[in-house]
Design a binder for this molecule. Structure first.
Ligand code: HDD
Length: 731
């Protein structure tokens, strides 16, 4: 007789944190209610087929005798396998890898009322539900979160006037000026057609071939070579609408606008070595961070800002055509006015139903927001609507719950694949009398009215001459970088071009760089085996401080991850002080032991270990603490993994706190934070460099005071400390 398998008890429903409930109830509730109506709660239910037939066995197919063939009449088997066979839909041709979250947007006041009739931007009492999808561009749906790539930052506002989609990126400019080049740039950056390599990377011949042949890419590409292309988190990256849009007021007056998202958590990135390692250690790094922040109640928050340009100032910016998406307007010329905030406070219930099936479109605008003649935007107006047809299997994708507006939908469209609505009545055309003339045409006040821009021109295929300068703003970006940002950019060009197998492409790129800045070109050339180029142009010397990440406010330490390395014999008081002090400021502090379980403190008490060190890695943390206690330090110093953990932390310019005897472990890592004469093996006299370069140290026997914790918290807020001499560190 075989033992009867135990019946599994139904899993408890996800209990949501209290803070989350409070916000969800006050904001975003309309969309939440709408989505709730579509949720299938499987709790306390029995298994059925798609037709509602209750099933008594889903582990054994129907067969003729226990060892006999399957029977075709097994409708449950056939349906189960058929459904499985068709689970995948085509992934997005670009931005396939994405992560999403629900939240709300709320304006600070009604300042924009003078510019737009879009209610969601001007009524501070209204929280508009949003769904945001962050993404990479090049890689497939299952690819890593941390390639060098642009990040998508797409926001769907479910407004009372209909859906508005702000489908932006984390960089304010784009590769190309005309949408007709989009298939070319994407073909070039995607894995090469003959062998489908490389995945989620731009470091290959076809991308750089295209770039060098199409110099309008130069500005965007220098952003791509900066640390903007490897954000630490979706919480710590800016977003941009990229194009110039219009705001239109009730009287029909238009004002040009550029949209900006500024993260409250600060604008922070990874370093390239770290990003590559994370790709292996945790390919879901950004997705996990977003999910965990929201689950813990540390909601990601962004401020929406606008740059407003009066219609009559369209040509006021020398060398900048507002219709050219490869140009930005420096904030020094037009400041960014903060107008509202967006809070992401709820994780999706189901990845596929929401994050995968959401369909954004640049064409989704509401009354009060309108397009411009930006030729990139114009092509996008067609592309998004078109791509959803194939991706979501027909024209009814707006009926998918995540895409449904909260504003009522009434029209004469009908039929097609996946029609879920059951339209009533006979009047499926306009004008009609059979349906009482309904739905009727709204009065001008609440209807979308296209801005009546005068259009006059000869039909031609030609770029405006005002689009011709491809280098000045790349130079502006370069000039605006701090020393370490410049170093990282040079290293990135060297890395990427170093993977290009055709030397003429490398050479041509270096020539382009010489038109941006000669010193940049010389530094890159030296790394990729190309002769230093002649000076091509004089650097104009202009800069914009707002373009540097170094100039952005650091933000709080909420959600930053801190690892505390401990072993048996650890000095627990210091650990506790730092753990509690940082946790009180919202940091996530984890105790890492050499093995999982507990460690025995020197005091005899036990401390629970959060994770065994070998299941994680320094690259998954923002800061590291090496605990004190002689026995603990001895054990850690003897463990290559722990020593490497510290060396890597230092190399990636992360804050490091060294408590008491923990110094011995750090010495083992041969870091240049000790006096030159004071190398490992020799007895330490002057142990540490104080809080220099993000290293905070407490001597053995001294207390971890509030001031020390504060010093460390400040070092964490600053994120990285690139003044360190890191080149010699093996990690
Ligand atoms: Fe695009 C997706 C952002 C130019 C064609 N794009 C897509 C997404 C983002 C952007 C964030 C992912 C949306 C999501 O999460 O579902 N795209 C941009 C930005 C651009 C831009 C900021 C320039 C300013 N895109 C652009 C052009 C074209 C497209 C010029 C075509 C002419 N984009 C698409 C697309 C995608 C898309 C093929 C793929 C999946 C989708 O639309 O829904 O239609």
């Amino acid at each position: 007789m075989t033992a009867k398998p135990k019946k599994a008890t139904p899993a408890k429903k996800n209990s949501k944190p209290a803070a989350k409930k409070a916000v969800a109830a006050s904001g975003g509730d309309l969309k939440e209610t709408q989505l709730r109506a579509h949720r299938i709660d499987k709790q306390d239910t029995v298994l059925t087929t798609d037709q509602g037939i209750v099933v008594d066995d889903t582990d054994n197919a129907l067969r003729a005798g226990p060892r006999g063939p399957n029977l075709l009449e097994d409708f449950h088997l056939r349906e189960k396998i058929m459904r499985f066979d068709h689970e995948r839909i085509p992934e997005r041709v670009v931005h396939a890898r994405g992560s999403g979250a629900h939240g709300f947007f709320q304006p600070y006041g009604n300042e924009l009322a003078a510019y737009t009739k879009a209610d969601f931007l001007i009524d501070p009492s209204v929280q508009t539900p949003v769904f945001v999808r962050f993404s990479t561009v090049q890689g497939s749906r299952g690819s890593t979160d941390t390639p060098r790539d642009v990040r998508g930052f797409a926001v769907k506002f479910y407004t009372q006037q209909g859906n508005f989609d702000l489908v932006g990126n984390n960089m304010p400019v784009f590769f190309i000026q005309d949408g007709i080049k989009f298939p070319d740039i994407i073909h070039a950056v995607k894995p090469e057609p003959h062998h489908e390599m490389p995945q989620a990377a731009s470091a290959h011949d076809s991308f750089w071939d295209f770039v060098t042949q199409q110099p309008e890419t130069m500005h965007h590409v220098i952003w791509l070579m900066s640390d903007r292309a490897i954000p630490r988190s979706f919480r710590t990256m800016q977003g941009f609408g990229v194009h110039t849009f219009r705001l239109v007021d009730g009287g029909g007056k238009s004002t040009f606008v550029k949209f900006h998202w500024k993260p409250v958590a600060g604008t922070h990135s990874l370093v390239w070595d770290e990003a590559q390692k994370i790709s292996g250690k945790d390919p879901d790094f950004n997705r996990r961070d977003l999910w965990e922040s929201i689950e813990s109640g540390a909601y990601p928050e962004y401020e929406l800002g606008v740059q407003l340009i009066a219609e009559e100032d369209e040509f006021a910016f020398d060398g900048i055509d507002l219709l050219d998406a490869t140009k930005l307007i420096p904030e020094e010329l037009v400041p960014v006015t903060p107008v509202g905030r967006m809070v992401l406070n709820r994780n999706p219930d189901n990845f596929f139903a929401e994050t995968e099936q959401i369909a954004f479109s640049v064409g989704n605008v509401v009354p009060g927001i309108d397009f411009t003649n930006d030729p990139l935007m114009q092509a996008r107006l067609f592309s998004y609507l078109d791509t959803q047809l194939t991706r979501l299997g027909g024209p009814n994708f707006a009926q998918i719950p995540i895409n449904q507006p909260v504003a009522p939908v009434r029209h004469h469209q009908q039929d097609g694949f996946h029609q879920h609505a059951i339209p009533l009545g006979e009047g499926n055309y306009h004008p009609n009398t059979t349906g009482g003339g309904c739905p009727f045409i709204a009065g001008a006040d609440n209807a979308f009215k296209h801005f009546p821009q005068e259009v006059d021109g000869v039909k031609l295929r030609k770029r405006a001459e005002t689009f011709a300068d491809h280098y000045s703003q790349a130079t502006l970006f370069w000039n605006s970088m701090s020393a370490w940002e410049k170093e990282h950019i040079v290293a990135a060009y060297r890395f990427e071009l170093g993977k290009v197998t055709r030397m003429p492409i490398r050479e041509l790129m270096v020539e382009h760089l010489a038109r941006i800045d000669h010193s940049l070109a010389v530094s890159v050339a030296a790394g990729v085996g190309v002769a230093a180029p002649a000076k091509a142009v004089k650097n104009h010397g202009r800069f914009s401080a707002a373009l540097s990440q170094d100039q952005q406010p650091p933000g709080p330490i909420t959600g930053r991850k801190v690892a505390v390395l401990v072993a048996d014999g650890v000095e627990a008081t210091g650990v506790k002080a730092i753990q509690e002090g940082l946790a009180a400021q919202g940091a996530v502090v984890e105790l890492l032991g050499l093995v999982d379980g507990i460690v025995k403190a020197a005091s005899g008490k036990t401390l629970p270990v959060d994770r065994a060190m070998n299941t994680v890695s320094s690259v998954l943390y923002d800061a590291v603490v090496v605990a004190g206690g002689t026995e603990s330090a001895d054990a850690l110093a003897d463990d290559g993994y722990a020593v490497h953990f510290i060396a890597e932390t230092y190399k990636h310019a992360k804050p490091l706190a060294i408590l008491g005897e923990g110094e011995q472990v750090v010495r083992q890592a041969r870091l240049p934070i000790f006096e030159a004469s004071d190398r490992p093996g020799k007895k330490a006299s002057k142990p540490m460099a104080g809080a220099l370069d993000g290293v905070v140290a407490v001597k053995a026997g001294q207390k971890v005071t509030k001031a020390v914790v504060e010093q460390f918290a400040e070092a964490i807020a600053a994120h990285r400390h690139f003044d360190r001499p890191v080149n010699g560190i093996a990690a």
